[in-house]
Design a protein. Structure first.
Length: 373
C-alpha cells in the first residue's frame, strides 16, 4: 500500500440531523467525523485532499464550525457530487471513506446510508453496495487501495418510503484491494443499547489504525473486537469484507446477511448496452426533451420521488442518461416518463418512435400506459 499521504484522498461524512425529523437525530457522528479528519491530517494527508461533509445537530454546530478543513452539508446532491464526480476525477493511490450516521438495509439486503435530506416519507439513502461496485469499475481509474468504514446501523428499511438511489456504473476492473467494514451486520445496531456518543466502529478502528493502513490487520482485529461472545453481550456484530484478486481474504469474523424474507420489489429490467443506447437516442430525438426549457417542464410532471432522485447535468446527453437510469430504477418509472413527456409533446413522430422503443420493456405494458392516460 502507498505510504505517501499526498497520494491519498478521503471522504468523511457525519450526519446527525435528518430532514428536520426529531426522532432521527443522533448526537455523536459529527464528532466522530471530525476525529477522522484530524487523524488523516495528523497522518500527513493534505487538507485539500480531505472532503468533509457534515450535517450537525443545532447544538453541535459550533463543533462543525471549528472543523480542521472546509466542510459542506451531507445531502444527497453533495454526496453524489463528491463521491461520483470529484473523487474519480481527482484520482490517487489510496481512498479512505468514513461515514458516521444512520443506516438501513433494503428488502434486497443492500446497505444504505441515509443522507441529511432524508425524511420518513422520503427516505434518501446512498446505495453503499452500488458505490463499492462503482469503485471497482472503470468509472474510477485510480485508487487501487480503498478503505471504507460505515459506522451506521443496518435495520430493515420501509420499502414503501425508501427511494431508489441510482449511481453511475462502469465496466468491472480488477482492484488490488478494497476493504469495507460495517459497524454491524444486517438487522443490527452499532450501539445495541450501550450509551455512548462515539460509534463502536470508529472507536475500535481509531485504536487500531496506523499509517499506512494495514487493512489485513485491521479487519482481523475488528473481527475479534466486534463479534459478540456470550448471549446478552452488548457488542454489535461486525460485518466485513475484502475484495481484490491479488490477496486472499484475511480470516476475519464475518456475519453473512440473513436470508431474503421475500421477493424484492419489482423494478424495470436493466437494458443491455445496445438497448439502452437506442432508448437514449430515441429520447434525445424528442423535441420536448431535447430542448432545455421544455425538458424542465417535462421533469415537473414526474412523481416527486423520481424527480427528486435525478442526477442533473449541464450536458444534455448526460442529463438524459441520468433521467433514464433513474426511471429504470423505479417501478413503472418508464411509464411515468412516457406520460410526463406526453403532457408536453404535441404528438410528434419522434414521440411515437420513443413509444416503440419503450415497448421493448415488460414494465412498459400497454395497460399501464392506458391507466395513466
Amino acid at each position: 500500500m502507498s505510504t505517501d499521504p499526498s497520494r491519498t484522498r478521503a471522504l468523511v461524512v457525519g450526519v446527525e440531523s435528518y430532514g428536520g425529523e426529531p426522532g432521527w437525530q443522533l448526537d455523536g457522528p459529527v464528532n466522530d467525523a471530525l476525529t477522522w479528519a484530524r487523524w488523516l491530517l495528523t497522518a500527513g494527508v493534505p487538507p485539500d485532499r480531505v472532503t468533509l461533509l457534515l450535517s450537525p445537530l443545532e447544538r453541535n454546530t459550533r463543533h462543525a464550525e471549528r472543523a480542521p478543513v472546509a466542510h459542506r452539508p451531507a445531502d444527497r446532491e453533495t454526496v453524489h457530487q463528491a463521491l461520483f464526480r470529484e473523487l474519480p476525477a481527482a484520482g490517487g493511490d489510496l481512498l479512505f471513506v468514513a461515514w458516521c450516521g444512520h443506516g438501513l438495509v433494503s428488502s434486497d439486503r443492500r446497505h444504505r446510508l441515509l443522507y441529511a435530506d432524508a425524511a420518513p416519507d422520503d427516505v434518501r439513502a446512498l446505495d453503499l453496495d452500488a458505490a463499492l461496485t462503482a469503485y471497482r469499475s472503470a468509472l474510477v481509474p485510480g485508487f487501487p487501495e480503498q478503505v471504507w468504514l460505515a459506522d451506521a446501523c443496518a435495520v430493515d428499511a420501509d420499502p414503501g418510503a425508501l427511494r431508489p438511489d441510482p449511481v453511475p456504473a462502469g465496466r468491472a476492473t480488477p482492484r488490488p484491494g478494497q476493504c469495507a467494514a460495517f459497524a454491524c451486520a444486517p438487522d443490527g445496531s452499532p450501539r445495541n443499547g450501550v450509551v455512548t456518543r462515539q460509534g463502536a466502529l470508529t472507536a475500535q478502528a481509531l485504536s487500531l489504525l496506523t499509517w499506512p493502513p494495514d487493512t489485513d490487520r485491521l479487519l482481523t482485529a475488528l473481527g475479534e473486537r466486534l463479534s459478540p461472545g456470550a448471549p446478552g453481550d452488548p457488542r454489535p456484530r461486525g460485518y466485513f469484507w475484502r475484495h481484490g484478486p491479488s490477496r486472499p481474504a484475511p480470516p476475519v469474523a464475518t456475519v453473512p446477511p440473513p436470508p431474503q424474507p421475500g421477493p424484492p420489489p419489482r423494478r424495470s429490467p436493466r437494458p443491455g448496452l445496445n438497448q439502452r443506447r437506442r432508448l437514449l437516442e430515441a429520447l434525445e430525438a424528442v423535441p420536448a426533451v431535447a430542448e432545455p426549457a421544455s425538458r424542465e417542464v417535462v421533469l415537473q410532471q414526474l412523481p416527486r420521488s423520481i424527480r427528486g432522485s435525478l442526477p442533473r447535468s449541464n450536458v444534455t446527453r448526460l442529463d438524459l442518461l441520468g433521467l433514464l437510469d433513474t426511471c429504470l430504477a423505479f417501478p413503472d418509472g418508464l411509464v411515468h416518463l412516457w406520460t410526463a413527456i406526453g403532457m408536453v409533446d404535441p404528438g410528434t413522430s419522434a414521440f411515437r418512435a420513443l413509444r416503440e422503443v419503450l415497448g421493448e420493456f415488460p414494465s412498459f405494458a400497454p395497460e399501464q400506459v392506458d391507466d395513466l392516460e
